[in-house]
Write a protein that binds this ligand. Structure first.
Ligand code: FES
Length: 609
Protein backbone atom coordinates (compact mmCIF):
# COMPACT_ATOMS: atom_id res chain seq x y z
CA UNK A 1 0.00 0.00 0.00
CA UNK A 2 1.42 3.43 -0.99
CA UNK A 3 1.85 5.68 2.03
CA UNK A 4 2.30 8.90 0.05
CA UNK A 5 1.34 10.26 -3.37
CA UNK A 6 3.11 12.81 -5.51
CA UNK A 7 1.34 16.01 -6.55
CA UNK A 8 2.79 17.81 -9.54
CA UNK A 9 1.76 21.46 -9.73
CA UNK A 10 1.97 22.84 -13.27
CA UNK A 11 3.08 25.14 -14.88
CA UNK A 12 4.96 26.09 -11.69
CA UNK A 13 6.85 22.80 -11.78
CA UNK A 14 6.68 22.13 -8.03
CA UNK A 15 6.16 18.65 -6.64
CA UNK A 16 5.29 17.47 -3.18
CA UNK A 17 4.68 14.10 -1.52
CA UNK A 18 1.55 13.95 0.63
CA UNK A 19 -0.53 11.37 2.48
CA UNK A 20 -3.64 9.92 0.80
CA UNK A 21 -6.69 12.04 1.60
CA UNK A 22 -4.75 15.31 1.77
CA UNK A 23 -6.64 18.15 0.12
CA UNK A 24 -5.01 20.06 -2.71
CA UNK A 25 -4.96 23.38 -0.83
CA UNK A 26 -2.99 21.77 1.96
CA UNK A 27 -0.67 20.11 -0.60
CA UNK A 28 -0.11 23.50 -2.25
CA UNK A 29 0.78 25.01 1.15
CA UNK A 30 3.26 22.20 1.72
CA UNK A 31 4.77 22.86 -1.71
CA UNK A 32 5.09 26.56 -0.83
CA UNK A 33 2.65 27.61 -3.55
CA UNK A 34 0.61 30.71 -2.82
CA UNK A 35 -2.81 29.47 -3.87
CA UNK A 36 -5.52 32.10 -3.36
CA UNK A 37 -7.72 31.14 -0.41
CA UNK A 38 -9.67 34.07 0.93
CA UNK A 39 -11.77 31.85 3.24
CA UNK A 40 -8.78 29.85 4.47
CA UNK A 41 -10.04 26.56 3.00
CA UNK A 42 -13.65 26.66 4.20
CA UNK A 43 -15.04 26.24 0.67
CA UNK A 44 -16.85 29.57 0.75
CA UNK A 45 -14.77 31.96 -1.38
CA UNK A 46 -14.27 30.05 -4.63
CA UNK A 47 -10.77 31.49 -5.18
CA UNK A 48 -8.73 28.26 -5.01
CA UNK A 49 -9.68 26.95 -8.48
CA UNK A 50 -7.35 24.39 -10.04
CA UNK A 51 -7.64 21.99 -12.97
CA UNK A 52 -7.08 18.26 -12.41
CA UNK A 53 -5.07 17.05 -15.40
CA UNK A 54 -4.46 13.47 -14.25
CA UNK A 55 -5.04 11.28 -11.21
CA UNK A 56 -7.82 10.23 -8.82
CA UNK A 57 -9.49 12.75 -6.58
CA UNK A 58 -12.74 12.87 -4.61
CA UNK A 59 -15.89 13.74 -6.63
CA UNK A 60 -17.21 17.34 -6.82
CA UNK A 61 -19.22 18.55 -3.82
CA UNK A 62 -21.80 21.32 -3.35
CA UNK A 63 -19.13 23.99 -2.88
CA UNK A 64 -17.68 23.13 -6.33
CA UNK A 65 -21.11 23.42 -7.89
CA UNK A 66 -21.69 26.75 -6.19
CA UNK A 67 -18.65 28.36 -7.81
CA UNK A 68 -18.09 26.36 -11.00
CA UNK A 69 -20.39 25.76 -13.95
CA UNK A 70 -21.13 22.19 -15.06
CA UNK A 71 -18.89 22.75 -18.07
CA UNK A 72 -16.00 23.86 -15.86
CA UNK A 73 -16.43 20.83 -13.60
CA UNK A 74 -16.54 18.48 -16.60
CA UNK A 75 -13.32 20.03 -17.91
CA UNK A 76 -11.59 19.16 -14.64
CA UNK A 77 -11.90 22.38 -12.66
CA UNK A 78 -12.22 21.99 -8.90
CA UNK A 79 -11.85 23.94 -5.71
CA UNK A 80 -8.50 22.82 -4.27
CA UNK A 81 -9.72 23.00 -0.67
CA UNK A 82 -12.64 20.62 -1.38
CA UNK A 83 -10.65 18.06 -3.34
CA UNK A 84 -8.72 15.19 -1.72
CA UNK A 85 -6.22 13.08 -3.59
CA UNK A 86 -6.13 9.28 -3.88
CA UNK A 87 -3.31 8.73 -6.37
CA UNK A 88 -0.43 10.66 -7.89
CA UNK A 89 -2.05 13.79 -9.30
CA UNK A 90 -1.09 16.37 -11.88
CA UNK A 91 -2.71 19.76 -11.30
CA UNK A 92 -2.74 22.90 -13.40
CA UNK A 93 -2.81 26.11 -11.34
CA UNK A 94 -4.31 29.02 -13.33
CA UNK A 95 -2.52 32.34 -12.95
CA UNK A 96 -5.62 33.98 -11.49
CA UNK A 97 -5.54 31.47 -8.60
CA UNK A 98 -2.04 32.45 -7.56
CA UNK A 99 -1.33 35.11 -4.98
CA UNK A 100 2.30 35.57 -6.03
CA UNK A 101 3.47 37.84 -8.83
CA UNK A 102 1.61 40.68 -7.22
CA UNK A 103 2.57 44.29 -7.70
CA UNK A 104 3.87 45.36 -4.31
CA UNK A 105 3.90 48.96 -3.24
CA UNK A 106 7.04 49.35 -1.14
CA UNK A 107 7.90 52.99 -1.42
CA UNK A 108 6.51 55.86 0.50
CA UNK A 109 7.38 59.51 0.16
CA UNK A 110 11.11 60.12 0.27
CA UNK A 111 12.14 62.17 3.24
CA UNK A 112 15.11 63.06 5.37
CA UNK A 113 15.30 60.58 8.22
CA UNK A 114 16.41 61.66 11.67
CA UNK A 115 19.13 59.45 13.17
CA UNK A 116 19.49 59.12 16.92
CA UNK A 117 19.45 55.40 17.60
CA UNK A 118 21.56 53.71 20.20
CA UNK A 119 23.38 51.05 18.18
CA UNK A 120 26.98 52.10 17.83
CA UNK A 121 29.76 50.24 16.08
CA UNK A 122 33.17 50.09 17.75
CA UNK A 123 36.17 48.50 16.17
CA UNK A 124 38.56 46.69 18.42
CA UNK A 125 41.90 44.95 17.97
CA UNK A 126 43.14 42.80 20.83
CA UNK A 127 46.16 40.56 21.33
CA UNK A 128 45.43 36.82 20.97
CA UNK A 129 45.65 34.61 24.08
CA UNK A 130 49.07 33.28 25.16
CA UNK A 131 50.33 31.18 28.04
CA UNK A 132 50.93 34.46 29.87
CA UNK A 133 47.54 35.98 29.01
CA UNK A 134 44.76 33.54 29.67
CA UNK A 135 41.86 36.01 29.70
CA UNK A 136 38.69 34.56 28.17
CA UNK A 137 37.64 35.73 24.72
CA UNK A 138 34.75 37.94 25.86
CA UNK A 139 36.75 39.58 28.67
CA UNK A 140 39.60 40.17 26.24
CA UNK A 141 37.29 42.02 23.85
CA UNK A 142 35.55 43.94 26.65
CA UNK A 143 38.97 45.04 28.02
CA UNK A 144 39.97 46.10 24.50
CA UNK A 145 36.80 48.18 24.13
CA UNK A 146 37.42 49.88 27.47
CA UNK A 147 41.02 50.67 26.60
CA UNK A 148 40.35 51.90 23.06
CA UNK A 149 36.98 53.60 23.50
CA UNK A 150 36.50 54.11 27.25
CA UNK A 151 33.40 51.83 27.28
CA UNK A 152 32.53 50.40 30.69
CA UNK A 153 30.20 47.82 32.22
CA UNK A 154 29.76 45.97 28.96
CA UNK A 155 28.09 42.60 28.84
CA UNK A 156 26.97 40.06 26.25
CA UNK A 157 24.63 37.11 26.16
CA UNK A 158 25.76 33.52 25.47
CA UNK A 159 24.41 33.75 21.90
CA UNK A 160 26.87 36.58 21.19
CA UNK A 161 29.72 34.68 22.87
CA UNK A 162 29.01 31.71 20.60
CA UNK A 163 29.56 33.93 17.58
CA UNK A 164 32.54 35.80 19.06
CA UNK A 165 34.93 32.91 19.71
CA UNK A 166 35.18 31.52 16.15
CA UNK A 167 34.98 34.98 14.55
CA UNK A 168 37.83 36.38 16.65
CA UNK A 169 40.12 33.60 15.48
CA UNK A 170 39.03 33.91 11.86
CA UNK A 171 39.68 37.65 11.85
CA UNK A 172 42.93 37.58 13.83
CA UNK A 173 41.22 39.46 16.67
CA UNK A 174 40.26 42.45 14.47
CA UNK A 175 36.56 42.91 15.16
CA UNK A 176 33.64 45.27 14.91
CA UNK A 177 31.27 45.16 17.85
CA UNK A 178 27.71 46.49 17.82
CA UNK A 179 26.74 47.97 21.15
CA UNK A 180 23.31 48.94 22.43
CA UNK A 181 23.66 50.89 25.65
CA UNK A 182 25.92 48.54 27.66
CA UNK A 183 25.22 45.37 25.76
CA UNK A 184 27.23 43.87 22.90
CA UNK A 185 24.44 42.69 20.58
CA UNK A 186 26.57 41.58 17.65
CA UNK A 187 30.07 41.05 16.33
CA UNK A 188 31.34 41.17 12.76
CA UNK A 189 34.57 41.41 10.84
CA UNK A 190 36.57 44.66 11.07
CA UNK A 191 35.03 47.59 9.23
CA UNK A 192 31.52 46.22 8.81
CA UNK A 193 28.92 48.89 9.37
CA UNK A 194 25.90 48.37 11.65
CA UNK A 195 22.69 47.86 9.70
CA UNK A 196 19.02 47.96 10.61
CA UNK A 197 15.94 46.23 9.30
CA UNK A 198 12.56 47.94 9.03
CA UNK A 199 9.54 45.73 8.31
CA UNK A 200 5.97 46.62 7.44
CA UNK A 201 4.17 43.37 8.22
CA UNK A 202 0.90 43.53 6.31
CA UNK A 203 -1.93 41.02 6.14
CA UNK A 204 -1.24 40.50 2.44
CA UNK A 205 2.26 41.84 1.88
CA UNK A 206 5.45 42.23 3.82
CA UNK A 207 7.80 45.08 2.89
CA UNK A 208 11.39 45.07 4.14
CA UNK A 209 14.03 47.80 4.12
CA UNK A 210 17.71 47.40 4.92
CA UNK A 211 19.18 50.62 6.30
CA UNK A 212 22.67 51.80 7.27
CA UNK A 213 22.15 52.74 10.92
CA UNK A 214 24.89 55.39 10.86
CA UNK A 215 23.90 57.27 7.71
CA UNK A 216 20.24 56.32 7.24
CA UNK A 217 21.04 55.24 3.68
CA UNK A 218 18.61 52.66 2.29
CA UNK A 219 20.73 49.77 1.00
CA UNK A 220 18.01 47.42 -0.21
CA UNK A 221 14.24 47.17 -0.43
CA UNK A 222 12.22 44.07 -1.09
CA UNK A 223 8.72 42.72 -0.63
CA UNK A 224 7.06 39.34 -0.42
CA UNK A 225 3.54 38.09 -0.03
CA UNK A 226 2.72 37.24 3.57
CA UNK A 227 3.02 33.42 3.51
CA UNK A 228 0.19 33.16 6.05
CA UNK A 229 -2.07 33.92 3.11
CA UNK A 230 -2.35 30.16 2.54
CA UNK A 231 -4.34 30.06 5.81
CA UNK A 232 -6.86 32.67 4.67
CA UNK A 233 -6.52 36.04 3.04
CA UNK A 234 -8.53 37.80 5.71
CA UNK A 235 -7.40 38.29 9.27
CA UNK A 236 -10.33 36.45 10.86
CA UNK A 237 -9.65 33.12 9.06
CA UNK A 238 -6.09 33.22 10.35
CA UNK A 239 -7.13 34.09 13.88
CA UNK A 240 -9.59 31.19 13.81
CA UNK A 241 -6.84 28.83 12.60
CA UNK A 242 -4.42 30.05 15.28
CA UNK A 243 -7.04 29.77 17.99
CA UNK A 244 -8.26 26.30 17.07
CA UNK A 245 -5.19 24.42 18.32
CA UNK A 246 -1.79 25.19 19.77
CA UNK A 247 -0.30 23.71 16.61
CA UNK A 248 -2.24 26.21 14.51
CA UNK A 249 -0.75 29.10 16.47
CA UNK A 250 2.79 27.72 16.07
CA UNK A 251 2.22 27.02 12.37
CA UNK A 252 1.13 30.59 11.61
CA UNK A 253 4.07 32.01 13.57
CA UNK A 254 6.45 29.62 11.84
CA UNK A 255 5.41 30.50 8.30
CA UNK A 256 5.59 34.25 8.85
CA UNK A 257 8.96 33.96 10.60
CA UNK A 258 10.25 31.83 7.71
CA UNK A 259 8.96 34.47 5.31
CA UNK A 260 10.77 37.19 7.24
CA UNK A 261 14.00 35.18 7.16
CA UNK A 262 13.67 34.71 3.39
CA UNK A 263 13.20 38.45 3.09
CA UNK A 264 16.28 39.09 5.25
CA UNK A 265 18.37 36.74 3.06
CA UNK A 266 17.15 38.54 -0.08
CA UNK A 267 17.84 42.01 1.35
CA UNK A 268 21.34 41.07 2.54
CA UNK A 269 22.13 39.49 -0.83
CA UNK A 270 20.85 42.54 -2.70
CA UNK A 271 23.03 44.87 -0.61
CA UNK A 272 26.06 42.53 -0.56
CA UNK A 273 26.25 42.50 3.25
CA UNK A 274 26.30 39.84 5.97
CA UNK A 275 23.13 39.12 7.94
CA UNK A 276 25.03 39.41 11.23
CA UNK A 277 25.55 43.09 10.44
CA UNK A 278 21.85 43.66 11.09
CA UNK A 279 22.03 44.83 14.69
CA UNK A 280 18.50 46.19 15.23
CA UNK A 281 15.06 45.73 13.68
CA UNK A 282 11.76 47.54 13.85
CA UNK A 283 8.50 45.82 12.88
CA UNK A 284 5.13 47.47 12.40
CA UNK A 285 2.01 45.45 11.75
CA UNK A 286 -1.68 45.48 12.46
CA UNK A 287 -2.79 44.05 15.79
CA UNK A 288 -3.60 40.60 14.42
CA UNK A 289 -0.30 40.25 12.51
CA UNK A 290 1.71 41.26 15.59
CA UNK A 291 -0.20 38.77 17.74
CA UNK A 292 0.41 35.94 15.27
CA UNK A 293 4.11 36.80 14.97
CA UNK A 294 4.54 36.82 18.75
CA UNK A 295 2.28 33.77 19.32
CA UNK A 296 0.06 35.83 21.62
CA UNK A 297 -3.44 34.57 22.47
CA UNK A 298 -5.92 35.70 19.82
CA UNK A 299 -9.37 34.52 20.94
CA UNK A 300 -10.19 37.83 22.69
CA UNK A 301 -9.24 39.69 19.51
CA UNK A 302 -11.96 38.11 17.42
CA UNK A 303 -14.91 38.61 19.80
CA UNK A 304 -16.45 41.84 21.06
CA UNK A 305 -15.07 44.05 22.59
CA UNK A 306 -11.96 43.03 20.50
CA UNK A 307 -9.18 43.51 23.02
CA UNK A 308 -5.49 43.07 22.27
CA UNK A 309 -3.31 40.88 24.52
CA UNK A 310 -0.80 43.74 24.55
CA UNK A 311 -0.61 46.99 22.64
CA UNK A 312 2.33 48.82 24.21
CA UNK A 313 5.70 49.12 22.47
CA UNK A 314 7.91 46.07 22.94
CA UNK A 315 11.58 45.28 22.66
CA UNK A 316 12.11 41.56 22.10
CA UNK A 317 15.20 39.63 21.14
CA UNK A 318 15.27 38.81 17.43
CA UNK A 319 16.20 35.21 18.18
CA UNK A 320 12.97 34.79 20.18
CA UNK A 321 11.24 35.39 16.86
CA UNK A 322 13.71 33.03 15.12
CA UNK A 323 15.06 35.92 13.05
CA UNK A 324 18.52 35.27 11.69
CA UNK A 325 20.28 38.57 12.28
CA UNK A 326 22.95 39.59 14.86
CA UNK A 327 22.67 37.08 17.72
CA UNK A 328 21.88 39.65 20.44
CA UNK A 329 19.84 42.05 18.27
CA UNK A 330 16.54 43.47 19.46
CA UNK A 331 13.32 43.91 17.52
CA UNK A 332 11.34 46.98 18.44
CA UNK A 333 7.57 46.71 17.91
CA UNK A 334 5.72 50.00 17.82
CA UNK A 335 2.65 50.41 20.04
CA UNK A 336 -0.92 49.99 18.79
CA UNK A 337 -3.96 52.13 19.56
CA UNK A 338 -6.87 49.82 20.28
CA UNK A 339 -8.89 46.97 18.80
CA UNK A 340 -7.67 46.33 15.28
CA UNK A 341 -6.01 49.73 15.01
CA UNK A 342 -2.42 48.64 15.39
CA UNK A 343 1.16 49.76 15.12
CA UNK A 344 0.97 50.06 11.34
CA UNK A 345 -1.57 52.84 11.80
CA UNK A 346 0.73 54.64 14.25
CA UNK A 347 3.58 54.18 11.74
CA UNK A 348 1.37 55.58 8.97
CA UNK A 349 0.68 58.71 11.07
CA UNK A 350 4.41 59.21 11.72
CA UNK A 351 5.35 58.38 8.14
CA UNK A 352 2.94 60.95 6.70
CA UNK A 353 3.57 63.52 9.49
CA UNK A 354 -0.18 63.79 9.80
CA UNK A 355 0.02 64.66 13.50
CA UNK A 356 2.19 67.68 12.72
CA UNK A 357 0.05 69.31 10.06
CA UNK A 358 -1.04 72.87 10.84
CA UNK A 359 -4.56 72.19 9.55
CA UNK A 360 -7.30 69.59 9.96
CA UNK A 361 -6.56 66.47 7.93
CA UNK A 362 -7.81 62.96 7.36
CA UNK A 363 -5.56 59.96 6.81
CA UNK A 364 -7.01 56.84 5.16
CA UNK A 365 -5.21 53.53 4.74
CA UNK A 366 -7.47 51.37 2.58
CA UNK A 367 -7.25 47.61 2.90
CA UNK A 368 -9.23 44.62 4.13
CA UNK A 369 -9.55 46.71 7.25
CA UNK A 370 -9.49 50.40 6.48
CA UNK A 371 -8.05 52.65 9.13
CA UNK A 372 -9.06 56.28 9.24
CA UNK A 373 -7.58 58.99 11.41
CA UNK A 374 -8.69 62.56 11.89
CA UNK A 375 -6.21 65.19 13.00
CA UNK A 376 -7.23 68.62 14.23
CA UNK A 377 -4.28 70.87 15.09
CA UNK A 378 -5.85 72.56 18.13
CA UNK A 379 -6.94 69.35 19.78
CA UNK A 380 -4.73 67.25 21.96
CA UNK A 381 -6.12 64.02 20.58
CA UNK A 382 -6.26 62.36 17.20
CA UNK A 383 -9.27 60.17 16.52
CA UNK A 384 -9.19 56.85 14.69
CA UNK A 385 -11.63 54.27 13.49
CA UNK A 386 -11.31 50.91 11.82
CA UNK A 387 -13.80 49.91 9.13
CA UNK A 388 -14.38 46.34 8.05
CA UNK A 389 -14.21 47.17 4.34
CA UNK A 390 -13.49 43.54 3.42
CA UNK A 391 -11.21 42.16 0.72
CA UNK A 392 -13.23 43.37 -2.33
CA UNK A 393 -10.61 46.02 -3.12
CA UNK A 394 -8.04 43.24 -3.24
CA UNK A 395 -10.13 41.51 -5.90
CA UNK A 396 -11.76 38.98 -3.56
CA UNK A 397 -15.51 38.27 -3.66
CA UNK A 398 -15.54 39.85 -7.10
CA UNK A 399 -16.54 37.45 -9.90
CA UNK A 400 -13.47 38.20 -12.02
CA UNK A 401 -11.46 39.85 -9.27
CA UNK A 402 -7.76 39.18 -8.88
CA UNK A 403 -4.75 40.69 -7.23
CA UNK A 404 -2.67 43.39 -8.88
CA UNK A 405 -0.54 41.13 -11.05
CA UNK A 406 0.08 40.75 -14.78
CA UNK A 407 -3.11 40.87 -16.83
CA UNK A 408 -5.14 42.59 -14.10
CA UNK A 409 -7.30 45.44 -15.41
CA UNK A 410 -6.28 48.55 -13.46
CA UNK A 411 -8.12 51.30 -15.32
CA UNK A 412 -11.37 51.43 -17.29
CA UNK A 413 -12.91 54.08 -19.51
CA UNK A 414 -16.37 53.76 -21.06
CA UNK A 415 -17.05 55.87 -24.16
CA UNK A 416 -19.74 55.86 -26.85
CA UNK A 417 -17.45 53.72 -28.96
CA UNK A 418 -16.73 51.01 -26.46
CA UNK A 419 -14.89 50.05 -23.29
CA UNK A 420 -11.18 50.83 -23.01
CA UNK A 421 -9.09 49.01 -20.46
CA UNK A 422 -5.52 49.30 -19.20
CA UNK A 423 -3.89 46.20 -17.76
CA UNK A 424 -0.79 45.58 -15.67
CA UNK A 425 2.08 44.55 -17.94
CA UNK A 426 -0.10 45.47 -20.94
CA UNK A 427 -1.11 41.80 -21.10
CA UNK A 428 -4.57 40.69 -22.30
CA UNK A 429 -7.12 41.23 -19.51
CA UNK A 430 -7.54 38.32 -17.11
CA UNK A 431 -9.54 39.92 -14.29
CA UNK A 432 -9.88 43.12 -12.27
CA UNK A 433 -7.66 44.34 -9.45
CA UNK A 434 -8.90 46.85 -6.87
CA UNK A 435 -8.15 50.06 -8.75
CA UNK A 436 -9.74 48.57 -11.90
CA UNK A 437 -12.91 47.63 -10.05
CA UNK A 438 -13.27 51.12 -8.57
CA UNK A 439 -12.63 52.67 -11.98
CA UNK A 440 -15.11 50.35 -13.69
CA UNK A 441 -17.87 51.01 -11.15
CA UNK A 442 -17.22 54.77 -11.33
CA UNK A 443 -17.51 54.63 -15.11
CA UNK A 444 -20.69 52.53 -14.91
CA UNK A 445 -22.10 55.15 -12.55
CA UNK A 446 -21.01 58.07 -14.78
CA UNK A 447 -22.54 56.51 -17.88
CA UNK A 448 -25.76 55.45 -16.06
CA UNK A 449 -25.12 51.72 -16.54
CA UNK A 450 -25.90 51.52 -12.82
CA UNK A 451 -28.28 53.77 -10.89
CA UNK A 452 -27.75 55.31 -7.45
CA UNK A 453 -28.87 52.10 -5.80
CA UNK A 454 -26.30 50.19 -7.79
CA UNK A 455 -28.80 48.34 -9.97
CA UNK A 456 -27.36 47.32 -13.33
CA UNK A 457 -29.66 48.68 -16.03
CA UNK A 458 -30.93 45.93 -18.32
CA UNK A 459 -31.15 48.21 -21.37
CA UNK A 460 -27.65 49.72 -21.02
CA UNK A 461 -25.05 48.95 -23.68
CA UNK A 462 -22.75 45.93 -23.16
CA UNK A 463 -25.10 44.63 -20.47
CA UNK A 464 -26.53 41.14 -20.77
CA UNK A 465 -28.46 38.74 -18.60
CA UNK A 466 -26.06 36.20 -17.15
CA UNK A 467 -26.50 33.24 -14.82
CA UNK A 468 -26.33 35.59 -11.85
CA UNK A 469 -28.45 38.47 -13.13
CA UNK A 470 -27.50 41.45 -15.27
CA UNK A 471 -23.79 41.97 -15.89
CA UNK A 472 -21.51 44.22 -17.89
CA UNK A 473 -19.16 42.47 -20.32
CA UNK A 474 -15.89 44.32 -19.93
CA UNK A 475 -13.68 42.10 -22.07
CA UNK A 476 -15.13 39.57 -24.52
CA UNK A 477 -13.72 36.04 -24.40
CA UNK A 478 -11.82 36.33 -27.68
CA UNK A 479 -9.83 39.32 -26.34
CA UNK A 480 -9.20 38.12 -22.78
CA UNK A 481 -6.08 36.37 -21.53
CA UNK A 482 -8.02 33.24 -20.53
CA UNK A 483 -10.54 32.84 -23.35
CA UNK A 484 -13.28 33.62 -20.81
CA UNK A 485 -15.11 36.93 -20.68
CA UNK A 486 -14.30 39.39 -17.92
CA UNK A 487 -17.58 40.66 -16.50
CA UNK A 488 -18.86 42.87 -13.71
CA UNK A 489 -21.91 41.29 -12.17
CA UNK A 490 -24.69 42.79 -10.10
CA UNK A 491 -23.17 40.98 -7.13
CA UNK A 492 -19.80 42.69 -7.77
CA UNK A 493 -21.45 46.12 -7.71
CA UNK A 494 -23.12 45.20 -4.43
CA UNK A 495 -19.80 44.05 -2.93
CA UNK A 496 -18.19 47.37 -3.79
CA UNK A 497 -21.18 49.21 -2.32
CA UNK A 498 -20.66 47.34 0.96
CA UNK A 499 -16.94 48.10 1.00
CA UNK A 500 -17.20 51.76 0.12
CA UNK A 501 -20.20 52.11 2.43
CA UNK A 502 -18.14 50.79 5.36
CA UNK A 503 -15.44 53.41 4.71
CA UNK A 504 -17.93 56.22 4.16
CA UNK A 505 -19.72 55.34 7.39
CA UNK A 506 -16.41 55.41 9.26
CA UNK A 507 -15.52 58.81 7.85
CA UNK A 508 -18.90 60.31 8.54
CA UNK A 509 -18.96 58.94 12.08
CA UNK A 510 -15.49 60.32 12.85
CA UNK A 511 -16.40 63.71 11.49
CA UNK A 512 -19.62 63.82 13.46
CA UNK A 513 -18.14 62.40 16.68
CA UNK A 514 -15.49 65.15 16.66
CA UNK A 515 -17.93 67.86 15.50
CA UNK A 516 -15.60 68.73 12.66
CA UNK A 517 -16.90 70.93 9.88
CA UNK A 518 -16.31 69.43 6.43
CA UNK A 519 -15.06 72.76 5.09
CA UNK A 520 -12.37 72.85 7.81
CA UNK A 521 -10.66 69.70 6.53
CA UNK A 522 -7.79 70.87 4.34
CA UNK A 523 -6.09 67.63 3.41
CA UNK A 524 -6.95 64.00 2.71
CA UNK A 525 -3.95 61.68 2.76
CA UNK A 526 -4.48 58.30 1.10
CA UNK A 527 -1.87 55.78 2.20
CA UNK A 528 -1.15 52.14 1.43
CA UNK A 529 -0.59 50.00 -1.63
CA UNK A 530 -4.15 50.03 -2.94
CA UNK A 531 -4.47 53.76 -2.26
CA UNK A 532 -1.42 54.59 -4.33
CA UNK A 533 -2.84 53.11 -7.52
CA UNK A 534 -6.36 54.35 -6.96
CA UNK A 535 -7.84 56.88 -9.37
CA UNK A 536 -8.89 59.51 -6.83
CA UNK A 537 -11.58 61.00 -9.05
CA UNK A 538 -13.17 57.55 -9.44
CA UNK A 539 -12.93 56.94 -5.70
CA UNK A 540 -14.72 60.24 -5.04
CA UNK A 541 -17.29 59.54 -7.75
CA UNK A 542 -18.43 56.29 -6.13
CA UNK A 543 -18.33 57.76 -2.61
CA UNK A 544 -15.34 55.79 -1.41
CA UNK A 545 -13.70 59.11 -0.48
CA UNK A 546 -15.59 62.30 0.38
CA UNK A 547 -15.61 65.32 -1.90
CA UNK A 548 -14.49 68.01 0.54
CA UNK A 549 -14.74 71.62 -0.60
CA UNK A 550 -11.38 72.91 0.70
CA UNK A 551 -9.24 69.79 0.78
CA UNK A 552 -6.30 68.72 -1.30
CA UNK A 553 -5.85 64.99 -1.83
CA UNK A 554 -2.51 63.21 -1.84
CA UNK A 555 -1.39 59.62 -2.29
CA UNK A 556 1.63 58.91 -0.12
CA UNK A 557 2.35 55.24 -0.86
CA UNK A 558 3.54 53.02 1.93
CA UNK A 559 3.60 55.56 4.77
CA UNK A 560 3.63 52.72 7.34
CA UNK A 561 6.93 51.53 5.80
CA UNK A 562 8.33 55.05 6.08
CA UNK A 563 7.19 55.17 9.72
CA UNK A 564 8.93 51.84 10.41
CA UNK A 565 12.20 53.23 8.99
CA UNK A 566 11.87 56.41 11.05
CA UNK A 567 11.31 54.42 14.26
CA UNK A 568 14.20 52.10 13.40
CA UNK A 569 16.60 55.03 13.20
CA UNK A 570 15.37 57.28 15.95
CA UNK A 571 14.45 56.95 19.59
CA UNK A 572 12.72 60.29 19.38
CA UNK A 573 10.41 58.83 16.73
CA UNK A 574 9.76 55.81 18.97
CA UNK A 575 8.80 58.19 21.78
CA UNK A 576 6.61 60.12 19.33
CA UNK A 577 4.90 56.85 18.36
CA UNK A 578 4.23 56.17 22.02
CA UNK A 579 2.68 59.62 22.45
CA UNK A 580 0.53 59.18 19.35
CA UNK A 581 -0.69 55.78 20.58
CA UNK A 582 -1.59 57.31 23.95
CA UNK A 583 -3.36 60.35 22.62
CA UNK A 584 -5.31 58.79 19.80
CA UNK A 585 -8.92 58.15 20.66
CA UNK A 586 -10.58 55.14 19.12
CA UNK A 587 -14.18 55.23 17.95
CA UNK A 588 -15.88 51.83 17.81
CA UNK A 589 -18.22 52.40 14.89
CA UNK A 590 -20.78 49.69 15.50
CA UNK A 591 -21.70 51.06 18.94
CA UNK A 592 -22.36 54.59 17.65
CA UNK A 593 -26.03 55.66 17.66
CA UNK A 594 -27.61 55.44 14.21
CA UNK A 595 -24.85 53.23 12.85
CA UNK A 596 -27.20 50.90 10.93
CA UNK A 597 -29.15 53.72 9.31
CA UNK A 598 -25.97 55.56 8.39
CA UNK A 599 -24.50 52.41 6.88
CA UNK A 600 -27.68 51.68 4.87
CA UNK A 601 -27.61 55.21 3.41
CA UNK A 602 -23.91 54.99 2.64
CA UNK A 603 -24.58 52.14 0.19
CA UNK A 604 -26.13 54.60 -2.27
CA UNK A 605 -23.85 56.08 -4.90
CA UNK A 606 -23.53 59.89 -4.77
CA UNK A 607 -25.77 62.11 -6.89
CA UNK A 608 -24.24 62.76 -10.31
CA UNK A 609 -22.55 66.17 -10.40
FE1 FES B 1 -11.22 27.05 -1.39
FE2 FES B 1 -11.95 29.37 -0.31
S1 FES B 1 -13.10 28.04 -1.52
S2 FES B 1 -10.06 28.40 -0.23
Amino acid sequence: MTSTFEIDFEPIGKRVEVAPGTDLLDAARQAGIGLASVCGGEGTCGRCRVVIMAGNVTPPVDADRRFLSQLEITSGQRLACRCQIYSDVKVHVPKASLVTDQRLQLDGQTRQLQIDQTIHAYEVEVPPPTLHDLRADLERVIDGLETAHGLRKLSAEPAVMQALTPLARRTDWHLTTYIRRHEIVGVAAWGRRPLGLAIDLGTTKIAGYLIDLETGEELATNGIMNPQIGYGEDVISRLVHADRTDEGKHELARVVREGLNNLIVALAFQAGVAQEQIAEACIVGNTAMTHLLLKLPVRQLSVSPFVAAASSALDVKARELDLEIAPGAYVHLLPGIGGFVGADHVAMIIGSDLDRLPHAAIGVDIGTNTEIVLHRPHEKYLTSASCASGPAFEGAHIHDGMRASTGAIEAVRITDDGIEIKTIGEAPGVGLCGSGIVDAIAEMHRTHIIDRRGRVQAAAPWVRKGERGYELVLVPGERSGTGREVVITQQDVNEIQLAKGAIWTGLETLIEATQTKLEDVREVIVAGAFGSYLNLESAIRIGLLPRLPNATYSQVGNAAGVGAKMALLSHKERARAQRIAQRTGYVELTTQPGFNRRFALSLLFPQQT
